[in-house]
Ligand binder design. Sequence first.
Ligand SMILES: NC(=O)c1ccc[n+]([C@@H]2O[C@H](COP(=O)([O-])OP(=O)(O)OC[C@H]3O[C@@H](n4cnc5c(N)ncnc54)[C@H](O)[C@@H]3O)[C@@H](O)[C@H]2O)c1
Length: 419
Amino acid sequence: MTHSPSRRTFLGMSVATVASAPRLSAANERIVVGVMGTGGRGTSLAKTFAERPNVQVAYVCDVDPARVKDAQKAVSAVSKLEPKVVGDFRRILDDKAVDVFVCAACNHWHAPSAILACQAGKHVYVEKPCSHNPREGELLVAAARKADRRVQMGNQRRSYPKIVEAMQALREGVIGRVYFAQSWYTNNRTSIGKGEAGPPPAGLDYELWQGPAPQRAFKSNYLHYNWHWFWHWGNGELGNNGVHMIDLCRWGLGADYPSQVTSAGGRYRYKDDQETPDTHVVSFDFSGGRTITWEGFSCNQIPLKAVEVLFQGETGSLAIIGNGYTVFDPKGKEVKKVPGTSSDAMHVDNLLAAIRSGEKLNSEIEEGHKSTLLCHLGNIAHRTGRTLHCDPANGRVKNDPEALKMWSREYAPGWEPKV
Ligand SMILES: NC(=O)c1ccc[n+]([C@@H]2O[C@H](COP(=O)([O-])OP(=O)(O)OC[C@H]3O[C@@H](n4cnc5c(N)ncnc54)[C@H](O)[C@@H]3O)[C@@H](O)[C@H]2O)c1
């Protein structure tokens, strides 16, 4: 059986674009949701959506039947209606009653499925990073514009009130002109070992799990979750957790696209199949004298976890700590401390309000793309072993054909995203 979209499916999609485009709902109208990918993240999002007033999660979808059953149970426990279980997300897109498509599958699926969803007339909540490579991000922004759909990336800190307040304070000059944002992520991940070739787990549709990524024979340490550490499907820790912090850095600095990107690091802690670095230091320079750095320690729990992002300005510094913030004077003395609050529901509510009443999205896909692109550029600098020089108008790499080869990817036949 092959899963590539047939010509008929594509033609069907374009007709559906006109026929099934959901209306912007009235303020209290019910919103119908379908969720693709029911690992830890998708199950949690499905539950969060189902708990919102006047929202029905009508579908949960996974290529792994074992996982999707648990998601169905989690949704049923918080809502009156049991969601339908499907293995192919295109059944969600076919249903005209669905307003919102949620993608919490693996990174190689984010943009390809979100683009098809826009073309089927759905609004989209797409997990971070919103793309597997820079070109996909550009196409996703174009697809959202073309179909006039609300597309939100899952960088939920954009909706946390005390982080919003911190960013406002930076803009109002609480530490003067801000010129540097430093961020890091730490974890104590164990080795993924050496994978063994063999058949995929019984019942799992491995061909559809791969979808747009050219098919590779199964190995025991690819899934679940460990696909993050293979370039074919994932984007390493930088695209996994780095994107959250880098997004805050970019927001606080008011920076869009970089002029220069550097990378240092490697897979240092363990010798195994992991391709992406466990120790990674990236830097991004922006016009006007502004720099972002991110340090990723995937396998080394440094004792500095509390501070996620530190901004430095001409008259002090501001640290984002536990989704709140602390302001320091130029001598390092604490002058203000604001505790944080957080919940995924805040970000979900923002998307629902954008659909129902035109509220501005907190993480509109173009902003999500800019932060995701920084991660891709950091990874491309790592893989080429070179400093990248970029066009500050759009982030495109200049004068480096090898780096530009990684601007996109090869696709499995029939799955190339098109807008
Ligand atoms: N915003 C956040 O804070 C946050 C937190 C965790 C994860 N995430 C993101 O969410 C995504 C999922 O993370 P996870 O930890 O649950 O990963 P995971 O690998 O555990 O789960 C992914 C699920 O998607 C399923 N899947 C793959 N292809 C599919 C397809 N074609 N159709 C349906 N299902 C498919 C897999 O079978 C699996 O169950 C990742 O992209 C990750 O970056 C975001």
